[in-house]
Design a protein around this ligand. Structure first.
Ligand code: ZN
Length: 456
């Protein structure tokens, strides 16, 4: 056995678009060499346009079960909070087998859309009555198993959830599957770390749910119990009510509180960070933390619009996540991010880097870099030392006729979406081949049975 050589007519490298690119991939799935203007002799030819696959930094896999079932008007004004009640109803009924079935299906869908790594923000820890499973890490372990079935990289982020609101309020009934104290939580983290150690596709971090669900003291205690390089993801300032409640409790806004209480850095990902003042926007951008944006979910839930124009001007790092999975598509999330700014500001190409620059390229590269950092995985570039996680756009698709480089990327992001993704590689493995995943039928069958079981 030796390294594999693959040849692409065109590829997006850190030096820009290059023609005739031969990539050598080691047995460990890492890129050894990238040769440009190569003949491709002795290499396997892969037709299409190669780009780094995208990290999906924010996932609640179980929410894929309820897509399409929360789009009917309730008796009053619907909001994030009424949606959350419906979501708790579904979450309450999910077994470990159900979670593994839905996560495996979701992860196959992610791969087929051009993602290669998922950040699983997993908070369904316990049995429906709140009793821990015999292995308290059971539900997160099922997510690792699902990622293994699909062949996707995963950064498992067990959620620290202790309270029902700011100031250590008692959790409500619908939250009993989520709740841990510091020691219980650190046990779960340790079990998962053992499973991830030395594994090519796995990393472990933590996800304090939000400033509603943890106190700064509890979070500081947990952070002191985990390795210094473990990533930390937290929901923050997603909803106006959350900002108001935080102000009422502490006199501070959520992002302001986060910046004041913790030394934010590139190990932190602030999920949503939708509602920020100009000072908070600049502060978050300069902290080195990543804003984990979930634009299609934020639109679906009526969260609000992230201040992306000013945040990027301040040099802020971004990543994208499909969160509730109302759609699963890097193209659609990047498109929604750009469109939200256009709709607010009545402009076009709001997030392009400057005159003549491609909007899609700027957002795609920003989300690759921030995503890799957020997931703590060596992905996001076609370059030596990175894992060979690649998406291949179908240059034979009618929409890409006569298009290459930035025009092809913009066509994928703004128009063609998932239909343009033909092949996906993870750590050198050809997991999506001509739009098919080797285990998609079995995984879909399990998913359908779980959906039917839950519908009764
Ligand atoms: Zn979330």
């Amino acid at each position: 056995m030796q390294s594999t050589k693959l040849h692409f007519a065109q590829a997006l490298t850190p030096d820009g678009w290059r023609e005739g690119v031969t990539v050598t991939v080691g047995l460990d799935g890492m890129i050894e060499t990238v040769v440009q203007a190569a003949s491709g002799e002795g290499a396997t030819q892969i037709s299409g346009i190669a780009v780094p696959a995208m990290p999906n930094v924010h996932s609640h896999a179980h929410q894929r079960f309820m897509l399409g079932l929360a789009e009917r008007a309730g008796p009053g004004v619907d909001s994030f909070w009424t949606w959350r009640e419906a979501m708790y109803g579904f979450a309450h009924r999910l077994s470990p087998d159900d979670l593994e079935a839905v996560a495996a299906q979701l992860y196959v869908e992610m791969l087929k859309a051009g993602f290669s790594v998922v950040g699983e923000f997993q908070y369904l820890h316990h049995q429906p009555d709140g009793t821990p499973y015999s292995d308290p890490a059971e539900m997160s372990l099922r997510c690792l198993a699902a990622a293994g079935q699909a062949g996707i990289g995963i950064t498992i982020l067990p959620t620290l959830y202790a309270f029902g609101g700011f100031g250590g309020q008692t959790p409500v009934e619908g939250q009993r599957r989520f709740i841990n104290d510091a020691d219980g939580f650190l046990n779960i983290f340790e079990s998962l770390s053992i499973q991830a150690r030395g594994h090519l596709l796995r990393r472990t971090g933590i996800s304090p749910h939000s400033l509603r669900a943890v106190t700064p003291d509890l979070l500081a205690r947990v952070i002191s119990g985990i390795p210094e390089d473990a990533p930390i993801h937290i929901h923050v300032a997603e909803q106006v009510k959350e900002v108001e409640d935080c102000l009422a409790f502490s006199g501070l806004r959520p992002v302001q509180m986060l910046l004041r209480e913790f030394a934010l850095s590139s190990r932190w990902t602030a999920i949503h960070a939708t509602h920020m003042t100009a000072q908070e926007t600049a502060g978050l951008a300069r902290s080195g933390a990543i804003a984990g944006l979930c634009p299609t979910t934020e639109a679906n839930l009526g969260d609000g619009i992230f201040p992306a124009v000013s945040y990027l001007q301040e040099g802020g790092a971004i990543a994208i996540g499909s969160d509730s999975h109302i759609t699963v598509s890097p193209a659609e999330d990047l498109r929604m991010l750009e469109y939200s700014q256009r709709l607010r500001d009545l402009t076009r190409n709001a997030l392009a880097g400057g005159p003549g620059q491609s909007t899609g390229r700027r957002l795609f590269e920003a989300a690759l870099g921030g995503g890799a950092q957020s997931m703590r995985q060596p992905v996001g570039a076609i370059a030596p030392g990175y894992r060979f996680d690649i998406a291949v756009l179908d240059s034979g698709h009618a929409l890409l006729a006569g298009r290459e480089g930035d025009a092809a990327l913009d066509t994928w992001i703004f128009s063609g979406g998932n239909a343009l993704v033909k092949d996906v590689f993870v750590a050198g493995g050809h997991v999506v081949k001509d739009r098919h995943h080797a285990h998609e039928e079995t995984i879909a069958r399990n998913f359908r049975s779980a959906l039917r079981r839950l519908a009764t």
